[in-house]
Design a protein around this ligand. Structure first.
Ligand SMILES: *Cc1c(COP(=O)(O)O)cnc(C)c1O
Length: 422
């Protein structure tokens, strides 16, 4: 794309040649809307409404409790886990859908520190997503302070792993900048020093190829409502490498993780395999929606799969960055996402000198049907989900951003008022 200035017609030509162009029809998206926030809440797949309605009217409404068996409700966590597995380089029986990312993190982090009893440090980074740090802090309080959370800068991570590191707990993609860690490199370094690694794949799963088993990853968690399009508050997922499953002991020992829940045995005995990561009764309606979301994501498989998703993601984000830098120059936007493809996930973030203005710019953009989001203190964040975004959407988004900046359309009280959710 270098050299010749691209225009809207050139974007239309890119769309016409895009092998993934048919996937957009799988989603409900209002005409004219440019949705650059699929990294926060994926859109509604068209199949989801019918699927959840069937789950309500037929399975719940008519079959009632029989549906646990007849509609296969009881196996949904494992079934959806197996559908997610190929997206993250895991094998069958290594992933289940359950609970929230935060809760799953508590489970795997607890299990992981118990597997390294002589080491006291959980190592993470300052900029990790807050819930991850809060969960680690809560867990440490549970251990009576025998463990410590050590936070370092992202750039110093590899050097900070040492003989006292029990677990390295990291989010692969920085939610603000969109910078991406090399999962295999960090995992190998941690293993070489005897530590385990817990990966949070919230902004990875469904966004690009993840190769957990190739990297010999230990544990991972991830989100169902971002790139997996499972709907607001969708169940999350948890991965435990097969080689660790026998030693995987997590503290939320609920009956759905029991070897035989319907024996009603008073003593807890964990199920074999990944099922021991389960806790209580799964939220079936949300599970059905997540199953549709994952199926929509997997519709890319015959078109080149996650490799094709990744290629288009980089092309979209390259185009966005190039156009913002060309069309919106002079307004103090500074790219904070790495330019190097290997270090970049599927978003582009720009810092702005004045955070309050940044918030208002995003609100003014939303009023023009371009949805991105704002991350305090000063980041304008735009996510690219290749399944439904077109190159013309990128063009239109940047033109509307330019208009907001040039006309100062953001400078109005209604755009400056902070809403509860940014
Ligand atoms: C979105 C996100 C979460 C979300 O956790 P919930 O338990 O679903 O609220 C966790 N970690 C990271 C890194 C995230 O980006």
């Amino acid at each position: 794309m270098s050299g010749v200035a691209i225009d809207r017609a050139a974007c239309e030509a890119l769309d016409a040649a895009d092998p993934l162009r048919g996937l957009r029809a799988l989603y409900e998206l209002a005409p004219g809307l440019v949705y650059l926030d699929g990294n926060s809440l994926g859109p509604l797949p068209r199949t989801t409404v019918a699927c959840v309605e069937r789950g309500m009217r037929e399975a719940w409404g008519r079959e009632l409790i029989r549906s646990w068996n007849t509609a296969g409700w009881i196996d949904l966590p494992q079934r959806i886990g197996d559908a997610i597995a190929p997206l993250i380089g895991a094998g069958p029986g290594e992933v289940v859908a359950a609970d929230s990312t935060s809760v799953n993190l508590f489970k795997v982090l607890s299990a992981a520190i118990a597997m390294r009893p002589k080491r006291s440090t959980i190592l993470s980074e300052n900029g990790n997503f807050p819930t991850d740090l809060y969960i680690a802090q809560g867990l440490i309080a549970q251990t009576g302070g025998t463990r410590t959370l050590r936070l370092v800068e992202r750039t110093g991570l590899l050097d900070a792993i040492d003989a006292d590191t029990a677990v390295v707990m990291l989010t692969q993609v920085d939610y603000r900048s969109g910078s991406r860690l090399d999962l295999a490199e960090v995992t190998a370094r941690a293993h070489a020093l005897g530590a385990l690694v817990v990966w949070d794949l919230a902004h990875s799963a469904g966004a690009f190829e993840v190769a957990l088993n190739e990297a010999r990853a230990d544990f991972a968690v991830g989100c169902g409502y971002k790139y997996l399009n499972g709907g607001p508050g969708a169940p999350a997922f948890v991965f435990v490498a097969r080689r660790h499953q026998h030693d995987f002991v997590q503290p939320l020992s609920g009956w759905m993780g029991h070897a035989a829940p319907f024996d009603f045995d008073p003593a807890y005995r964990p199920a074999d395999g990944i099922s021991r990561a389960l806790v209580g009764t799964p939220p079936i309606l949300s599970m059905l929606a997540l199953e549709c979301g994952v199926a929509a994501m997997r519709a890319a498989a015959p078109l080149g799969g996650m490799a094709a998703i990744r290629r288009k993601s980089l092309a979209l984000s390259d185009l966005f960055i190039e156009l913002v830098e060309r069309r919106c120059a002079g307004f103090g936007l500074r790219l904070v996402t790495p330019r190097a493809h290997a270090a970049r996930a599927s978003q582009a973030s720009f810092a702005i000198a004045d955070g309050a203005t940044g918030y208002a710019v995003i609100q003014a953009l939303i009023a023009r049907a371009v949805i991105g989001d704002f991350r305090a203190p000063d980041v304008l964040r735009f996510g690219f989900a290749p399944s439904y975004l077109r190159f013309v959407d990128i063009w239109d988004a940047v033109e509307r951003l330019r208009e907001v900046l040039v006309t100062r359309a953001w400078d109005r009280p209604e755009f400056r008022t902070r809403l509860a959710v940014t």
